[in-house]
Design a protein around this ligand. Structure first.
Ligand code: ATP
Ligand code: MG
Length: 629
């Protein structure tokens, strides 16, 4: 089939198009209507249809391929490897679901999952889906402050966690951070379910904390029936990194999400039941939700969960996994590939990678050098795909399963079916011509699988993302882009201020707020600066209240260390700036807005651009000078 026709049908005739795609999943009760957009920009998909994500991911495969591998949990941190067949996975999910029910969790209740990359994390997510509880996974690298904010917003009845994660062979305790977060939070969970990996000792809060192994032993034969949910009920909340300080809880539905995943697994990722899928992301991110846990399982594939570094025990670890499990489709991020690129190439050559058909990369711009290098080394196509936590699945990609169109270096490809993507001129709001830079937007309705709303805040959903243009609701991605004459898109960066450190998304505002809490900090600006390995690193420019403490080299070092410590304890080490530079003033516009883009340009040795609105041009010069001290 020709992709242009397939795409056109999805935009011109979404009802018929998505009714066809909806056949890829099992429905307990068929839907009465495909799309209700009467309350735009809120789109409802598959109204009246009843289904369940856990049923589609696990139960429906038990009958036809119960003994096939479903979840492969590999940890090079604890040297463990366990394969769960679909039947075994179903059994474990039933046990977990029974534990949750016994702790009073029911349909619509929130369960916060703060876990390392271990099988129980996926099992907990699927157990929530089974009983209609709404999970909210919080990335294990976040420290107490970030966690507390998410606890307060989601108000979970239950938190599922573990004693520790592990990184580079060193245990990273979770429990003390979790305890501190619960102390900080206004909302208190009734229970905390703890998976004791035996990595570090834990203290237990009587009446609140319960041990997973003990409860599991009590529910070994549990059979928990699937709770059928109307397509538009909610499956999960996942927080974006948040530029405003208060993260947005992206809320997702059930039926639309299941259909979008089944459809994208078929047309974009081209996975077949019985094959193995390996995504190197983390369950704390949207890729982990869509393409570690739900997507591959809904497609009947075995999914690999990997805890460990990409270069430990050596840089061949991922490729040895590909060989062993005959992985056909792999998903990673450009930053991970840049790490591997620094390693000797023989590690890749040591393994038989003939099973691998394609490598998908997403999350940040894929530069041409990285793309060309990995494609040559692996001898498979590299498929760049562009999307957001909000959309849950790709907005731009090459839809290989429909038509194997050529990729173009530096471009994630064409708009994916279902997404009416446009590029608008920022000042005029008019469509941009070929190669003209503008804001990437999507005309509503968003296709199935995209966010329903901001959790608990419909107003924020509308005011943050939507603008009415020529009477039509338009969703902003907040990314700059251009489209070339052949319709290929190129993403040029964000219109807001979020940085991406080694694949972790961090709001510069969040880091700034944290640094501001240090007693001697008067003003701060954090910008992302290009870094060969990590993609970007955070650099903080700080104006001190008592500048004299930073008069000497030792003084500066000590003050920098203290400030980094504040960020470590509030946000976690991922958010720690690579450098703290002390200056006397920050460049601002006359209206008092920080000129982050200009600071960033100076840091990267670029021209700072139009400075007509700058209040004090000397401040930018001083930044330049401070950088070389
Ligand atoms: P927040 O919404 O809180 O600011 P965030 O945008 O960092 O957080 P994500 O939803 O994970 O969180 O990231 C989506 C963004 O990542 C996109 O809007 C885009 O800027 C960038 N991105 C993702 N994939 C690609 C890609 N293939 N090429 C270029 N940029 C990409
Ligand atoms: Mg975003």
């Amino acid at each position: 089939m020709n992709f242009a026709d397939f795409y056109k049908e999805s935009i011109d005739n979404p009802q018929a198009f998505w009714a066809e795609e909806a056949k890829l999943i099992d429905w307990h009760t068929p839907f009465a209507q495909v799309l209700d957009y009467s309350n735009a920009p809120f789109a409802k998909w598959f109204i009246g249809g009843q289904t369940n994500l856990c049923y589609n991911a696990v139960d429906r495969w038990v009958a036809t391929q119960g003994d096939a591998a479903a979840l492969i949990a590999i940890s090079t941190e604890t040297n463990s490897e366990k394969v769960y067949s679909f039947r075994e996975l179903q059994t474990e999910i039933n046990r977990m679901a029974a534990i949750m029910l016994s702790l009073g969790v029911g349909k619509g209740d929130r369960v916060l999952i703060y876990m390392p990359m271990i099988a129980e994390a996926a099992i907990a997510m699927l157990a929530c889906a089974r009983i209609g509880a709404i999970h909210s996974v919080v990335f294990g690298g976040f420290a107490s402050h970030s966690l507390a904010m998410r606890i307060d917003d989601a108000q979970p009845k239950l938190i599922v966690s573990a004693d520790a994660g592990s990184r580079g062979g060193k245990a990273v305790p979770y429990k003390p951070l979790l305890d501190a977060a619960i102390d900080l939070a206004g909302a208190k969970p009734a229970h905390v379910l703890l998976i004791d990996r035996g990595l570090v000792p834990m203290t237990s809060v009587a009446g609140r904390d319960v041990d997973y192994a003990t409860l599991r032993a009590q529910h070994l034969d549990a059979q928990v029936p699937v709770t059928w949910l109307e397509s538009n009920e909610s499956s999960y909340i996942l927080y974006t990194s948040g530029t405003t300080g208060k993260p947005k809880g992206v809320q997702r539905d059930v039926g639309g999400y299941a259909v979008a995943l089944a459809s994208s697994m078929k047309h974009i990722y081209c996975g077949n039941a019985g094959e193995a899928y390996f995504s190197t992301s983390d369950i704390g991110w949207v890729v982990g939700h869509s393409y570690i846990v739900y997507g591959p399982l809904i497609a009947g594939m075995a999914t690999i969960m990997y805890e460990g570094l990409p270069i430990s025990p050596d840089a061949g670890i991922w490729w040895s996994i590909v060989e062993k499990y005959k992985v056909t489709r792999m998903f990673s991020a450009p930053t991970a590939v840049r790490v591997l690129k620094k390693q000797p190439p023989e590690f890749m050559k040591k393994y038989d990678l003939s099973s691998l058909k394609a490598l998908y990369l997403a999350g940040e711009p894929l530069d041409e050098t990285t793309s060309t290098w990995i494609s040559t080394e692996l001898g498979v196509p590299i498929i760049d795909n562009y999307w957001q936590t909000e959309t849950g699945w790709p907005i731009l990609s090459i839809v290989k399963g429909v038509e194997d169109k050529p990729t173009r270096l530096g471009s994630p490809g064409l708009p994916v079916y279902g997404y009416n993507v446009r590029i608008l001129n920022e000042s005029t709001g008019q469509d941009c011509g070929p190669n003209e830079k503008g804001v990437v937007v999507i005309e509503g309705p968003l296709p199935p699988g995209c966010m329903q709303t901001v959790y608990g805040d419909d107003k924020r959903f509308v005011s943050t993302y939507w603008t009415k243009i020529d009477g039509r609701q338009t969703y902003s991605t907040f990314d700059w882009g251009i489209r070339d004459a052949d319709g290929y898109y190129f993403i040029l960066g964000r219109t807001d201020d979020v940085i991406n450190v080694a694949g972790h998304r961090l709001g510069t505002r969040e880091i700034e707020e944290s640094i501001s809490s240090h007693a001697n900090v008067s003003e701060v600006a954090v910008v992302g600066v290009e870094d060969q390995i990590k993609g970007q690193v955070a650099v903080a420019f700080v104006v001190l209240k008592h500048a004299e403490v930073a008069a000497t080299q030792e003084g500066r070092k000590a003050q920098e260390k203290e400030i980094m410590g504040v960020v470590d304890s509030q946000l976690g080490a991922v958010a720690r700036p690579a450098r703290v530079v002390f200056v006397n003033a920050l460049p601002k516009t006359r209206s008092g807005k920080l000129l982050r883009r200009s600071i960033q340009a100076v840091c990267e040795g670029r021209d700072p651009g139009d400075l007509t609105t700058i209040e004090d041009p000397i401040s930018l010069q001083r930044i330049k000078e401070a950088l070389v001290i």
